[in-house]
Design a binder for this molecule. Structure first.
Ligand code: AMP
Ligand code: ZN
Length: 473
């Protein structure tokens, strides 16, 4: 078994991964809130979590991965204020909450499929687990970690000495976010307290409500991940994943509930993916200004180009999205695929050189073990493709590496975007560049003639805030 090392938000350092049970991994991922399409920022998190999942399997672990689907309780502010996102989605589209949930859950998994993100072993919608939530809240009340105020049930954060351990910020800093919320909840004893169960709420139009010992109501957002994780993975969790925005308050609250409930440490490793940003700011569903996989496809990009875009940068660094980088990635991806498919087409009946195979496999594993350094792993692939080893060995290694990279390196049927000849693509990009230059020099006649020239070849160009994009008939 190879040892993986990755950054643990809990210990604030890169740790050797040692599971609770030898050879087995319990892995939990916060799933999407299904009131809108996932944007490519959300999907950056899911791609990199997929890499973690696949790297663990590649290293030889038997992984059980669980993901929730948030279809109730997530308010527009993570600190329990604002409107329920699902209710907002339903109103926006004149549908029921459950219709919205089904539609966007299906859309999410269709995006995952396009991006070669493995579907977790268990996917559980929050609305399936109401009795589990009620049970955990009852225990928290019995143990004195929760209280009822204004007919809602709250978690009492003052009962814990180490409430802020995960976020490693001081209380003052963290409270800024909570304080900024417009409508502060006066029922809370402490500002960081959070809702476990809403009964009496300002949301008269809340569509989904369930009976509970505290009256008809619905769960808060944080309780769902603690319960769904424990339902399927037990009281000792190896790894919990999410985007960095989940560290506080969501994951901090999950730890508070889970450890107060069980009376012992819950999860050993916390894995967080940094944000995809656009023009310096986080891409976010609530801002409405989002890019989806379908939009990229409409613009002629193979979704796996976006997967490669994510793999070429480190998951712990913020990543700035730009069409310019995506275009370069498209060229790189097409070239890479051409060379892997050429090796496949040429074939080789000689035996695999096991020494070379083991050597490159070890290098590839090293890159992944080094805090999931996917761009180094891709460099190992490039080095191997250039190396003086036979095609049979190269082919075996491409297949092996693609278990983690999942770039479909040996898949023949190419998407329309992938099939575009790279010479033609270089020509288009060169003309777009020339048009940009002409526009810069206020030579609009030349700029227009370039557009017409491309149009005559069936190539449509569109100027977006992120740059010029093109599509081909
Ligand atoms: P949500 O559907 O809003 O609950 O978010 C789903 C996942 O996407 C969570 O793990 C978030 O932390 C993550 N996420 C949200 N925005 C971004 C972003 N701009 N870049 C990367 N991950 C994000
Ligand atoms: Zn969660």
């Amino acid at each position: 078994m190879n040892t993986l090392r990755f950054y643990n938000t809990l210990t604030k350092k890169i740790d050797d991964f040692v599971p609770n049970v030898e050879g087995k991994v319990s892995l939990y991922t916060c799933g999407p809130t299904v009131y809108h399409f996932a944007h490519i920022g959300n999907l950056r998190s899911y791609i990199m979590e997929d890499i973690l999942d696949r790297s663990l399997r590649y290293a030889g672990y038997d992984v059980k991965r669980v993901m929730n689907i948030t279809d109730v309780g997530h308010l527009s502010s993570d600190a329990d204020t604002g409107n329920d996102k699902m209710v907002e989605g339903a109103k926006r589209e004149h549908k029921t909450v459950m219709e919205i949930a089904k539609f966007y859950t299906d859309a999410f998994f269709s995006d995952c499929e396009k991006l070669n993100i493995r579907i977790p072993d268990v996917v559980e919608p929050a609305t399936n687990c109401i009795s589990e939530f009620i049970n955990m809240i009852e225990v928290l009340l019995e143990k004195g970690y929760a209280y009822i105020a204004g007919e809602n049930v709250y978690f009492d954060t003052s009962k814990l000495d180490k409430y802020y351990t995960l976020s490693n910020q001081n209380e003052e800093e963290l409270m800024i976010g909570v304080r900024d919320d417009v409508d502060e909840d006066t029922n809370k004893k402490n500002k960081a307290d959070f809702v476990l169960w809403f009964t009496k709420s300002k949301f008269e139009d809340q569509e989904l409500k369930w009976d509970s010992p505290w009256g008809k109501g619905y769960p808060g957002w944080h309780i769902e991940c603690s319960c769904i994780s424990m339902k399927h993975l037990g009281e000792y969790l190896d790894i919990h994943c999410g985007g960095v925005d989940n560290i506080f308050p969501h994951h901090t609250n999950e730890i508070a509930q889970s450890e107060s409930f069980t009376g012992h440490k819950w999860c050993n490793y916390w894995f967080h993916v940094n944000h995809l940003n656009v023009r310096g700011g986080k891409m976010s569903k609530s801002k409405g200004d989002i890019l989806t996989v379908s939009v990229l496809q409409e613009q002629g990009y193979n979704p796996l180009v976006y997967r490669m875009f994510c793999l070429q940068s480190h998951y712990r660094k913020p990543l700035e999205f730009s069409y310019e980088i995506l275009d370069n990635m498209k060229i790189a991806y097409d070239k890479l695929k051409k060379s892997t498919l050429r090796i496949k087409a040429e074939g080789d009946s000689s035996a695999v050189d096991t020494k070379a195979f083991d050597e490159y496999k070890a290098k590839f594993m090293d890159a992944l073990s080094n805090d999931l350094n996917t761009s180094s792993a891709i460099t190992v692939l490039y080095e191997m493709l250039k190396a003086d080893i036979n095609n049979a060995t190269k082919l075996a290694l491409i297949e092996d590496f693609d278990q983690v990279l999942c770039l479909d390196l040996l898949k023949e049927e190419e998407s329309a975007a992938c099939a575009v000849d790279s010479e033609l693509e270089n020509y288009i990009l060169e003309r777009i560049e020339a048009r940009k230059e002409a526009k810069k020099n206020k030579d609009f006649a030349t700029a227009d003639s370039i557009r017409e020239e491309l149009a005559s070849k069936g190539i449509t160009i569109k100027d977006t805030r992120e740059g010029t994009v093109w599509t081909m008939e």
